[in-house]
Design a protein around this ligand. Sequence first.
Ligand code: NDP
Length: 240
Amino acid sequence: MSRVALVTGGTRGIGAAISMALKDAGYTVAANYAGNDEAAKEFSHVTGIRTFKWSVADYDACEEGIRQVEAELGPVEVLVNNAGITRDAPFHKMSRQQWKEVIDTNLSGLFNMTHPIWAGMRERKFGRIISISSINGQKGQFGQANYSAAKAGDLGFTKALAQEGARAGITVNAICPGYIATEMVMAVPEKVRESIIATIPVGRLGEPEDIARCVVFLASDQAGFITGATITANGGQYLT
Ligand code: NDP
């Protein structure tokens, strides 16, 4: 039987590419999303992948959503924490709401999703937790004190949990994408986009599939010796 993979924010952008790549690699995929029903419906129609709606910022909703996925598809063996948002503002203008929403989704979301799944993975002695952090969690970014803090927190979470999961056959890793050509990035004016590309040594934006391929590798049985690691996929824009 194929392994079950759950991808948060798996219906759009990078998450959609991850869901499709895992499906192509033979996984049974559940794609979670927050509220864009239309995009989820279209995604499901085109890919045949089941979608499930809840917010990763809500612990109880995560517990219930995971229960539903496991009842319908089987135990989750691969969890991809991809859901993320931005609420950018220079710090002197950043509201408590902007801070809280980003921390609740981009950092607490990892706790909320991983915690209910962890016990089952420990019992079954197998698990893959893969979280999508960001280049801006590694280097910081003007106007993103909330986002950079959350994404850096994701890396600390990954390194700590990797140590706890190792003996139970659970690997915990993170991927830090650079600028990826999703709707968000393609919406910025072409001139600004050109100036971003000029700072990327490989001379192009990343594609969602560049990140999806990293996920498929980390999810595989063959990647069992890799844990607590960060794969940096940014075209050489920032070298750690
Ligand atoms: P998109 O905005 O294209 O898609 C975000 C997805 O996450 C959507 O499916 C959305 O659901 C879902 N989502 C948002 N909030 C929640 C929530 N509270 N609960 C459940 N699902 C939620 O994002 P990207 O593809 O651009 O980004 C994906 C990840 O990659 C994020 O973590 C982002 O921070 C990170 N990243 C992106 C980069 C980029 O250049 N794009 C660069 C570096 C990191 P819905 O459709 O319902 O809104």
